[in-house]
Design a protein around this ligand. Structure first.
Ligand code: NAD
Length: 512
């Protein structure tokens, strides 16, 4: 008799329940100076995107609790800054080892907390470990600067850790994004107060526990949960915090700058995008189609670098869009823990409503909803889940809201263009400038368009493939500053110049 096949979803759901039990049984608090703190502030409910069920309650850190965390980070900085780069490297590799060891728990909780599909989150958890390894290996050399000799002086530069920094993260791929900020901060010798997004607080706690277990000393990493407008604001205003590394919406980025201004905080802002993918008629159209589908419908379209605007040359427009529509119709919407799921539920009821509001906006603006446009319903999907059918808008113009605003869901807006100049013009005609993708078989055009696009990152004949030493960040309303490789250390460190007379140098004489 054939053995009964195990149901992979049921098994994962049951594992998720085991991992969730601790969050359901006790209010999730904070982690300050190496201690788990229950928190005295108000609490709020964390809801599942899958069916709206409670995933537990979360405490919102008060201003006083945020201050305690910032002071702990300031105290710990005095010792952590002196820990050698090689020792920091050892500890951060240990963090990476423990992330790998708990990757199943991290990915499972990330799926149920955010609605992101397992096929992507299982990789994102491991990418978190890679982030630690990458910056761990650079820790011993982070202080290195330049030698700039003159005839009379030897000038040399070096970098020193900035101090305690605030890290504020969003709810899309929250675990990976937290590691992307904290790994370089710790490698540089900074201490951290982290405030994760209120809609996805679970994996930040795991990361804090992992860092504690790996030997990151008490106070070096502190975690405060809570609401952006209160807990987050208090963190950006605290005088002990020297810099804020922020990932989130452009509007919030502006608030973070303003709140940090009186205490002269350095800010690094990774913000929203309305990224174009431009497909010219001389491109490898099959490869382009794969990338176009992947870069908007993976990660539920809740991705800052998603290519949410398809600019397609008019000569191939109808054929390309017809093939695209067929692919979009076949995308598998499902439970995030189902390994076959390609698009999961959106993170939160409020975000679901925002994304759904663009369906009527598209209609009012006169665009065509070629595919999707409604709440996704299928057997096994809870009506209380935030499932959206993957959506394709066609016949759009650049002045429509669906072509200008970040929708941040599995929703693509297709616009036709006639020639290269018009493609560039439409691509740049938005307030954002994070990423740009272009598909062409003409090398000269590839370079011309890459130079002309107003975006911090351009991929030619490729989807978003990251190489960690390269700069990551946006222009215009998409951000200020760059992450990756040495760019991260420039943010988390102060550069100091030392000028040394080679002997015999005399200052101009006065008052003789
Ligand atoms: P958000 O701006 O609403 O919130 C981000 C974080 O800021 C949360 O932790 C929130 O609590 C906190 N916050 C809110 N108000 C605050 C305030 N006044 N002071 C301090 N903190 C405050 O963003 P979101 O909806 O969580 O995330 C989605 C956005 O993030 C999208 O716009 C997306 O494009 C962007 N994003 C950008 C990148 C990038 O690298 N450029 C990466 C991921 C996400």
């Amino acid at each position: 008799m054939k053995a009964k096949q195990a149901d992979p979803i049921a098994e994962r759901v049951s594992r998720a329940e085991t991992y969730l039990a601790r969050f359901r049984s006790e209010t999730l608090g904070h982690w300050i100076d190496g201690q788990s703190i229950a928190g005295q502030g108000e609490t709020f409910e964390n809801h599942s995107p899958i069916d709206g069920a409670s995933l537990g309650r979360v405490a919102s850190a008060t201003e006083a609790e945020v201050a305690t965390a910032c002071e702990a980070a300031a105290d710990a900085f005095q010792t952590w800054r002196k820990v050698s780069g090689t020792e920091r490297r050892r500890i951060l590799h240990r963090v990476a080892d423990l992330i790998v060891a708990r990757a199943d728990e991290i990915a499972t909780l990330e799926c149920v907390d955010t609605g992101q599909a397992w096929r992507f989150m299982s990789k994102a958890a491991l990418r978190g470990a890679e982030n630690y390894r990458f910056f761990a290996d650079r820790a011993p050399d982070a202080a290195n600067g330049l030698s700039l000799p003159t005839e009379s002086h030897l000038n040399y530069t070096l970098r020193q850790p900035l101090g305690p920094v605030g890290v504020i993260t969003p709810w899309n791929t929250p675990f990976m994004l937290s590691t992307w900020k904290m790994a370089p901060a710790l490698a540089a010798g900074c201490t951290v107060v982290h405030k994760p997004a209120e809609w996805s607080p679970l994996t930040a706690r795991l990361l804090t526990e992992i860092m504690d277990e790996a030997g990151v000393p008490a106070g070096v990493v502190n975690l405060v949960n809570g609401i952006g407008e209160t807990t987050g604001k208090a963190l950006t205003e605290h005088p002990a915090i020297r810099a804020v590394a922020f990932i989130g919406e452009s509007r919030t980025g502006g608030l973070v700058m303003a709140q940090g201004a009186p205490t002269l905080k350095r800010v690094h802002l990774e913000l929203g995008g309305k990224n174009p993918v431009i497909v010219f008629d001389d491109a490898d159209l099959d490869a382009a189609l794969d990338a176009v589908v992947f870069m908007i419908y993976s990660l539920n379209g809740e991705r800052c670098t998603s290519s949410s605007r398809l600019l397609v040359q008019r000569s191939i427009h109808d054929e390309f869009v017809a093939k695209l529509a067929e692919r979009v119709k076949r995308l598998k919407v499902g439970h995030p823990l189902d390994p076959d799921t390609e698009v999961g539920p959106l993170v939160h009821a409020r975000h679901f409503e925002k994304v759904m509001s663009y369906m009527s906006i598209a209609r009012e603006d006169g665009a065509t909803i070629a595919v999707g446009g409604s709440q996704a319903q299928a057997e096994g999907l809870s009506a209380n889940g935030h499932y959206v059918t993957p959506t394709l808008f066609t016949g759009a113009r650049r002045d429509m809201r669906i072509a200008r605003e970040e929708i941040f869901g599995p929703v693509l807006t297709a616009i036709a263009f006639d020639d290269e100049a018009e493609a560039v013009d439409i691509a740049n005609d938005v307030s954002y400038g994070l990423a740009g993708y272009l598909w062409t078989g003409d090398v000269g055009r590839a370079n011309r368009v890459a130079l002309a696009l107003e975006a911090g990152m351009i991929w030619v004949n490729s989807e978003n493939v990251r190489h960690l030493p390269t700069p990551f960040g946006g222009m215009k309303a998409s951000g200020i500053g760059r992450d990756g490789g040495d760019y991260s250390f420039d943010f988390y460190m102060d550069t100091k110049n030392v000028a040394l007379s080679l002997g015999g140098h005399r200052a101009p004489r006065m008052g003789i």
